[in-house]
Design a protein around this ligand. Sequence first.
Ligand code: SF4
Length: 683
Amino acid sequence: MKKIASVCPRNCYSTCTLNVFLENDRIQRVEAHPGNQATSAGTCLKGISYVDRQYASDRIVQPLKKDPQTNEFRPVSWETAFETLVERLQNLRAKLDQKALFYYSASGTKGLLNGVGSHFWKAFGGYTTSYGDLCWPAGLEATRLTLGANKHNVPWDLANSDTIVLWGKNAAETNVQQMKFIDRSRAAGGKLVVIDPRRTVSAQRADLFLQPRPGTDAALALGVCSEIIRRNLINTSFIDQFVKGYDAFKESLDAWTLTRSSQETGCSEAAISALVDLLGKGERVSISPGFGMQRFSNGGQTIRCILSILVILGQLGRPGAGWLYANLQSDIFSSVPDPLCLYPPKKGEGDPSVRVAISTARFGRDLLALSDPPISMLWVERGNPVTQNPETPRVLEAIRKMDFRVVIDQFMTDTAREADLILPAKTLFEQTDLIGAYWHSYIHWKPKIVDPPSGVKTELEIYHELARRLGIESEFSKHVPEPNEASIESYLTDKLAAFPELDVEQLKAGPQLAPGTQEIAFSDCVFPTPSGKIELQSEEAHERWGVSSLPDYTEPFPEQTESSHPLILLTPNSHTRIHSQFENLSLMKKFGEAPCATLSVQDALRLKLVDGDVVRLFNSGGSLELPIKLDFSMKPGCVSIPNGLWIQLGGTVNLFSKGLETDMGHGAAFHNTRVSIEKVNGS
Ligand code: SF4
């Protein structure tokens, strides 16, 4: 059996290096590759499912066109698909403006070649697109403002920590390989703290577990900072040398006591005090925050507050210590790094052919409001905005108002169902590419391993053929390779030429650390902020985002009373999906649980509900019926439905979320969401 090195290109912390086993031109199995120190322990269930996914019977393997009379899809030839597209695009260019086309691309698959779409649409004459991001920009911006850059220690260094805090992160399900290094630390006497409104599988392994009210993590962090200062656990020499704004920050903490922090968060004073003990006494402290809590309207400031704990303790730039939010050290091919590349250009800057006019967080609302020209055609690739963007009803309304919709996907997602034309997408094994990561900093060569099914074309093939038929091939071809393996390899090899440390042949055998990787981030004590110091006080935070220059806490649910919609909606990720991906696979159905809403026993007693009752969850966005599961470990006042459910498989959680931006970074404040529950009669 042939063994080929590859990588999982999903939007997942781990970016696992894989060994793919091939026999008779068919992928037989996928295993972890030993060359990646971060992921050699094994893949997650999703990695194991790749064989299932590659050969799934419901994979789309030919173009599908919707019959406007019946709304049914029927297979069409590529010739028909291209003729339809050319006619639509020529009409759009002649009658409206190229900016009447919205190009939506998301993070369903990572890779350097994902940039070909924007080159095509520029060659076409222009397009409209969005700014911001659904995932992590509030936390990225908060980290950038404080430390100057988003990077952290190599994942395996966590084993050197003696206090590890998983703050709003359920690594045992969403970053499984991290648990190996946590276990190593604990085996050597280290302590694990988990802070989460749910008693997750990660929390079950913790030495200390705190369960704050969702959205109040900043209040917890400020109480902790205040207590660290009161107990004189700060690292004075570190602060004197490397920190700007400590005195002002200290003064702002006057109002924060353990009692106030306890009142805001619902955590006991004793638990917060125990957290301070572990943080203050730990020789080497690491905090690994998740992405969920920065998806509140106060998300950026929350991350600044939590990061401040490490700053005043001086727990940065040393082995076993640090802030593990995002490690962008392998993002070596971008000219502008995240999060700055996610922001709309300033007036007069940017490419005039590209209209960056839609906030990703307000996708549906902004599309509906856009004029001059309004959007009449949608092109979606690597994304599923119907399920994944906030405020599904507005997203659907905006998409259905358009004249024509094209979706490239492997499966019939909720967004694909809205399309007029679906083009089948390649899988990770069907085209060569280069892949970075955001937890470790390995660069990967992801080779083509099998041919796609005969009816599937890669995006590169689709765009080249369209460019030829539209007469823009010479402009388009200036920027992208020809759609064949030799040309792609040569294009990627040219990209690598700027980095002599990276060798193509070695990359083909396994991953290589990105050139210049700092195994211990900030060990040089260089902080590329405006002051050159760690900025607890940031004028840029105030000027750019209008927030306080100091980290602070704002209640995320100020205008909604308990009585309107009393339950805070949690929408966590799980081990069986990456957002809406993998949901449909038969393997996941065997191991995942059927769609349900999880509720605390206390709330169930109050609402007179029992396990298995079918309930209607509702708010002003709409309603959804699901069975409930009672769980002693859930924070009372919360209800949890997994992120990524498909409408056609039970209902998307974004029915309930609002089109609201985070306080910084143009992220999506999905989690400022409350719902009510009532029992469905007869259940
Ligand atoms: S989904 Fe994440 S953990 Fe699973 S195989 Fe891919 S990169 Fe690894």
